[in-house]
Design a protein around this ligand. Structure first.
Ligand SMILES: CC(C)(COP(=O)(O)OP(=O)(O)OC[C@H]1O[C@@H](n2cnc3c(N)ncnc32)[C@H](O)[C@@H]1OP(=O)(O)O)[C@@H](O)C(=O)NCCC(=O)NCCS
Length: 175
């Protein structure tokens, strides 16, 4: 377990998959993910089998669990880790709308950053965020991420193009 204040990060079990599918099919959550098609359980099971075969990827994918309830509330993955240049790109979701805005995302990100910099010895953590994800941007800035650039109109959503912002935090800034 990697313990934060409100949440802990742990590795995923097969029993988590129904939660992942439910979260990915929740419109308010999925609108900010690069998800277009509905998710089926069978697809998630296949994804998980592939994840288990890729040990590094599996180890760097975490379930966010509420310390208070012991229930999974989201997940957080380091989608790639560049070992030579010491950076990674993360993705996060707090799945059920009832669990959003409760401080879980902020605590999960702070916990992950501490782990990434102090344990994994990474130097840079980056992410991509849609321009209309104002809550996400607010939370990332609070955790030390700064805006580095914009991929203009690289996203078609709800009948119009959107920008995607690249944000990152360096170990020297985080300290
Ligand atoms: C983005 C996300 C990870 C944030 O986690 P969270 O647990 O909901 O966020 P927290 O409770 O830690 O913090 C929420 C903050 O955003 C603020 N906020 C909420 N809605 C907002 C909005 N529309 N605009 C600006 N700020 C907003 C809250 O007021 C709070 O800030 P405060 O503590 O200063 O008042 C989570 O909401 C989520 O997974 N959303 C759906 C999927 C997603 O967006 N994933 C990230 C893709 S890049």
């Amino acid at each position: 377990m990697i313990n934060g204040k409100k949440i802990r990060l742990r590795h995923a079990e097969r029993a988590d998959l129904p939660h992942f599918v439910r979260w990915l099919n929740t419109p308010e959550t999925r609108q900010y993910l690069d998800a277009v098609y509905p998710f089926a359980m069978v697809e998630e099971e296949q994804w998980f089998e592939n994840l288990l075969k890729d040990r590094e990827h599996y180890l760097n994918f975490f379930v966010i669990e509420s310390i208070e309830t012991g229930e999974p509330v989201g997940n957080l993955g380091l989608h790639m880790v560049d070992q030579r240049n010491r950076w990674t790109e993360l993705g996060i979701m707090i799945g059920d709308t009832a669990n959003q805005n409760k401080g879980y995302g902020t605590d999960a990100l702070r916990t992950l950053l501490r782990f990434a910099f102090e344990t994994m010895n990474l130097n840079r953590v980056q992410l991509r965020v849609h321009d209309d994800n104002l809550r996400g941007i607010h939370v990332y800035e609070r955790c030390g991420f700064v805006h580095e650039g914009t991929l203009r109109q690289n996203l078609w959503k709800n009948g119009r193009y959107h920008d995607t912002h690249i944000m990152a935090v360096l170990r020297s800034e985080w300290k």
